[in-house]
Write a protein that binds this ligand. Structure first.
Ligand code: AMP
Length: 461
């Protein structure tokens, strides 16, 4: 569908034309008409589908209908879970409203409040905010939400995951009863219904790209590799694609730093972004990555939320996520704007159940790359229970740092069993203090028929 078939005015059509958009995305063609009509809209769409324009374009047009000269009031509030997403949404509103007199501001934590307060004092029509800074500035008297006509909750599921449910409820309390509400989310956990019931009036439901269907244009490969060989494999993979950009996901902040340091040591320019980094450091890293000054960006899931990089070549799942849906969000960073994208996952033996969960969710098998230098040798699973923080984490490991020699098959490598002493050593060490039963099963090749699927989706993080 073309943008001019949606009832958008010429200022907005020119703005999207300037950005090079030709056809609308599915969420845009479905959500823009009801939003223009003033309806509440509940949109099920993940990042990369064009959802920001889907809510921003009609909101700008609606606000323009009653735009008056004089002192500006906050007429639209967009709540976003992370600073990165807030900045991205702000940039989009600014780009789409560039031929209108509307003013947009963004407020988020982790930086000084001076500049944000000044922009609020100058008057804004659209405010994009993360919850913490919003309340902070509200309590200091710099934000008045009494004139909000359009309330937008972006990535609502991520808000809940990050523990913002009370902040959302608090925000709703500050807003006028009479308003248009738009809620966008990649998934619809049941807590969202509670919010929907509270704020929405017969919402129009629009759904695109269910989270279980990964974008077809993204290739998906998996390498089976021991945890301790992942760095070496990563370096191999990146060095083969010298001119490509890589967004690498780890599960923890510590690992993000570790991987980024290891890459830098090996001559691959890299930065890590995660919640412990200052906002300025995160933004700097992101800018360098976007400008191709660094080839790799290593990120945790929360920090990466909202990263919008055009022409990202690869997403690498250095560690598989605990939640299969997170995998879909991660790989959705590549293959944007209808381009081809590529994703690579590194899977150790203990992560195989996570891989199985992902394949069940996306309803397809991920292509296995057998030909690489670090084939899986350690087929040891830790005993479940104390000491194992996550299903995919191993409490002890064998040492398998040996690079495969030409003509040596993985079976031969495994036959050497040089890790046995290590395993014994580890067991002795770990039995210090409390008796921990570290007995591990030595298994043969993975037998899918033995795999017990995860029964319940444990959303705890
Ligand atoms: P979003 O899902 O809102 O994060 O958007 C993902 C990316 O798609 C952003 O880089 C947008 O600028 C871009 N985009 C949004 N709508 C379109 C469109 N109709 N055509 C081309 N690119 C688009």
């Amino acid at each position: 569908m073309k943008f001019n078939e949606l009832g958008l005015n010429k200022d907005l059509l020119q703005a999207v034309k300037d950005l090079g958009y030709v056809e609308t995305s599915e969420i845009q063609s479905k959500a823009i008409p009801p939003i223009l009509n003033g309806k509440d809209v509940l949109g099920l769409a993940q990042t990369g589908t064009g959802k920001t324009a889907a809510f921003a374009l009609p909101t700008i047009q609606n606000l323009m209908k009653n735009h008056k000269k004089g002192k500006r009031k906050i007429r639209s509030l967009v709540l976003a879970p992370t600073r990165e997403l807030a900045i991205q949404v702000y940039d989009s509103f600014k780009a789409y409203s560039k031929y209108t007199p509307l003013k947009t501001a963004v407020i988020y934590g982790g930086v000084g409040q001076g500049a944000q307060v000044r922009s609020l004092q100058q008057g804004v029509d659209i405010l994009v905010a993360t919850p913490g800074r919003l309340f902070d500035l509200k309590h200091q008297g710099f934000v008045n939400l009494g004139s909000v006509e359009v309330f937008i909750l972006d990535e609502a599921d991520r808000m809940l995951d990050m523990g913002f449910i009370n902040d959302i409820k608090k925000t709703i309390h500050y807003l006028p009863d009479e308003k248009q509400s738009l809620l966008f989310s990649a998934t619809m956990p049941k807590e969202i219904n509670e919010i929907v019931e509270e704020i929405m009036d017969e919402p129009v439901h629009v759904a695109v790209t269910p989270v279980s269907s990964t974008v077809d244009k993204i290739s998906q490969d998996v390498y089976f590799v021991d945890k301790e060989n992942k760095i070496s494999l990563l370096i191999d993979v990146i060095k083969k694609e010298e001119y490509k950009s890589f967004l690498i996901f780890t599960r923890t902040k510590r690992n993000a730093d570790k991987v980024s340091k290891a890459l830098s040591k090996n001559g691959i320019k890299s930065q890590a972004i995660h919640g412990d980094k200052s906002q300025n450091a995160r933004q700097r890293a992101l800018n360098e990555f976007k400008a191709y000054k660094i080839q790799t960006l290593v990120a945790t899931d929360i920090a990466a939320r909202g990263i919008d990089v055009d022409e990202l070549d690869y997403v690498i799942n250095y560690e598989l996520p605990e939640e299969a849906e997170t995998y879909v969000h991660r790989i959705g960073r590549t293959g944007r704007k209808g381009q081809d994208g590529a994703s690579i996952s590194f899977c150790s033996y203990s992560e195989i159940p996570l891989l199985k969960d992902i394949e069940r969710l996306i309803k397809k098998k991920i292509n296995v790359i057998h030909d690489h230098n670090y084939p899986l040798e350690n087929k040891t699973v830790p005993k479940k229970g104390r000491g194992n923080k996550a299903r995919g984490q191993q409490s002890t490991q064998t040492t398998n740092k040996r690079k495969r020699q030409p003509n040596r098959s993985s079976e031969k490598g495994q036959g050497k069993k040089d890790g046995r002493t290590d395993r014994q050593g580890n067991r002795n060490k770990s039995s210090k203090g409390k008796r921990r039963n570290d007995k591990k099963k030595q298994l043969g090749p993975y037998d899918w028929s033995n795999h017990k699927p995860k029964k319940k989706n444990n959303r705890k993080r």
